[in-house]
Design a protein around this ligand. Sequence first.
Ligand SMILES: [Zn+2]
Length: 232
Amino acid sequence: MIRYLLAPVHPPFARALNLPRTASLQSAAGAPVARWPPASPTAVAITFDDGPHPEGTPAMLEILARHDARATFFVIGEQVVRRPELLRRMLAQGHAVALHGYHHRLHLRRSEAELREDFTRGIAAIEDACGATPSLHRPPYGIYSPASLRIVGELGLAPLLWATWGKDWRKFTTPERIARRALRGLAGADVMLLHDADFYSAKRSHERTAAALDLVLESMKSAGLGTFLAGS
Ligand SMILES: [Zn+2]
């Protein structure tokens, strides 16, 4: 278990912590959800974690634009301060920005003061970069502690997990495998997790994700699925 936690993985620990991943009804209780009632039941919320990245983020933005698709980027504050212009590009192209954390650290065993400081710094980094205040949060590795979940709410952020993922952070995977996994069981209103950066995962993983994104958007189009911004 510990080895798994230390690896750069995003396991579905929400289930282990008894947090809902797919039940939109439970969003009313303020718990993390992987679905959001969208404007259209034939749309999916595509989300990217861990950026912005100097190569990965522009690659995703270019592919999203080509498919006229929208996405939500859960950014890391320490990366935002290095390349704030990428957040402005996200917004200019109709995408949304959300908080993943200032540092990419597991919440468990961190003090309440540390957690609050991390989230507050992350929100400020986003505001300084693009003038937008994030309304959604997703924890690194998809894992909240009871304290971090409460503090996120106190700061006005709604937690959001995911319904499908591509496991695109892995070293030994391919764009085809990532796309197949991300599309498995995908339905309208689902939230899909991908990564536009390789800072906390296998080197150059964003290149495989970019190729997979093209495949995912092609397949979604064939299935009559569009995109919507998480939280909207
Ligand atoms: Zn992450």
